[in-house]
Design a protein. Structure first.
Length: 118
């Protein structure tokens, strides 16, 4: 083979994306990120695309920052935090998890609490 042909084949092979093992991500939350609520929900639910181990769940708002207890404690698709007690204004729930492939994944959801209409 000619040198030019070998270089063209090498360039083509480098241009083809290599499949890598994907990390899971958050599929959904209930309530959904971006929701505007008039009362705090009894349960916050996080659902991942694949099983993960949730390692931390933190609520950040004008009152400060606090950990939210959640279940289950092991690997699962869905996690629940009972009585998250959101306050009026912006509530950010930051989550961190360990995906099945061993990588740390993290993100947040934003929920707004407004006063109920009279």
């Amino acid at each position: 083979m000619t040198k030019l042909f070998k270089m063209a084949v090498a360039a083509l092979l480098l241009a083809i994306p290599v499949a890598v093992e994907a990390h899971t991500t958050l599929r959904s939350s209930d309530p959904a990120s971006g929701s505007v609520l008039t009362q705090s929900p009894p349960i916050l639910t996080l659902t991942f695309l694949e099983a993960a181990s949730l390692t931390s769940l933190t609520l950040v708002n004008t009152d400060g920052e606090r950990s939210l207890p959640f279940t289950p404690s092991g690997s699962a698709l869905t996690f629940e935090a009972l009585k998250p007690e959101f306050i009026r204004g912006r509530n950010e729930v930051r989550w961190r998890a360990l995906s099945r492939d061993g990588h740390v994944i993290e993100g947040s959801i934003i929920l707004i609490m407004r006063a109920p209409k009279p």
